[in-house]
Design a protein around this ligand. Structure first.
Ligand code: SAM
Length: 280
């Protein structure tokens, strides 16, 4: 492995917790090519020298933006959104009837399709939610993806990935040959840049956190630390939703909600966490 590629892997791990496979040099070179071209760097070694010498935050952010995988689409995996409407919402509303307030966090929201799917699903439950406050926080480490999310404008191809025609016409509006999330839905979401490797204690406590299709890119040790922090950001009866093909592995902060469902996790009670930790 080249020295420059090894340095890039160390940088991604230390800044974003991302574990880039040793055989992914081709991926790094193709994703970083536009930045190298813009700066006149002849190869990865020159680009790495530039990052290390300049110490420019914006330059580092551009590298992170280029190296993160932002694949996403509306109502991805479907099941979590059906479960949210059918089970989670009625049960959680019953438990929160005093406060009449729900908080949801889309913790790696990429270009926004995930939090907007949440907002659409909740808009479909507007009658039931009348008089309630539902806060949605949407965050990502990738500043470019977050800008797209904030704008909320999607191409025909993007909306076709996951939105039925009925949902498209009911919840989005045509905008210069594309489709735009209307202001009433955009205003329901607070977008913020958050690196899951940082301390995010200031986000407060949530009833539901979606952290889908991101942990699989993280180093195993970092993944464990992120899961422990996410557990602290959940209310005692809160849920964590992972991607359909993900699970929490040997993590002790969460327990599977249903035996056949690795993606839907409940926060373990403090005592159960302790018992799991000592193997009792
Ligand atoms: C594949 S997308 C998943 C998007 C969405 N959650 C979904 O499942 O459709 C993964 C996202 O995780 C973000 N990401 C990667 N490392 C991160 C980190 N350390 N902190 C926050 N977000 C991160 C990437 O920028 C990317 O937008």
């Amino acid at each position: 492995m080249s020295v420059a590629f090894a340095r890039l892997r160390r940088l991604l791990l230390s800044v974003a917790g991302i574990a880039l496979d040793a055989d992914k040099l081709y991926l790094a070179e193709s994703r970083l090519a536009p930045i190298m071209l813009e700066n006149g760097d002849v190869d990865l070694a020159e680009l790495m020298r530039r990052i290390e010498l300049s110490g420019d935050e914006r330059f580092l952010q551009a590298i992170i933006d280029a190296m993160t995988t932002n694949e996403t689409f509306f109502f991805r995996d479907r099941a979590p959104f059906e479960w949210l409407k059918r089970e989670w919402l009625p049960h959680t509303m019953a438990r929160r009837r005093e406060q009449r307030r729900l908080r949801i966090w889309s913790a790696a929201c990429s270009t926004g399709q995930e939090p907007y799917s949440l907002a659409i699903a909740l808009e479909e439950e507007a009658t039931r939610l009348a008089g309630w406050t539902v806060e949605i926080l949407a965050s990502d480490i990738n500043g470019t993806a977050l800008e797209t999310a904030r704008r909320g404008v999607y191409s025909q191809f993007e909306v076709q990935r996951g939105l039925s025609t009925q949902r498209l016409l009911r919840h989005l509006e045509p905008h210069m040959g594309s489709w735009r999330i209307p202001e009433r839905l955009r205003a329901r979401i607070v977008f913020r840049r958050i690196n899951l490797c940082d301390d995010f204690r200031d986000v407060g406590a949530f009833d539901l956190i979606l952290c889908r299709n991101v942990l699989m890119y993280l180093d195993p040790e970092v993944k464990e630390q992120v899961l422990a922090r996410l557990a602290r950001a959940l209310l005692d009866d809160g849920y964590l939703i992972l991607g359909a093909a993900e699970n929490a592995g040997a993590d002790r902060s969460f327990a599977q909600d249903a035996a056949d469902c690795g993606w839907r996790l409940r926060r373990r009670a403090a005592r159960a966490r302790l018992c799991a930790a000592v193997g009792a």
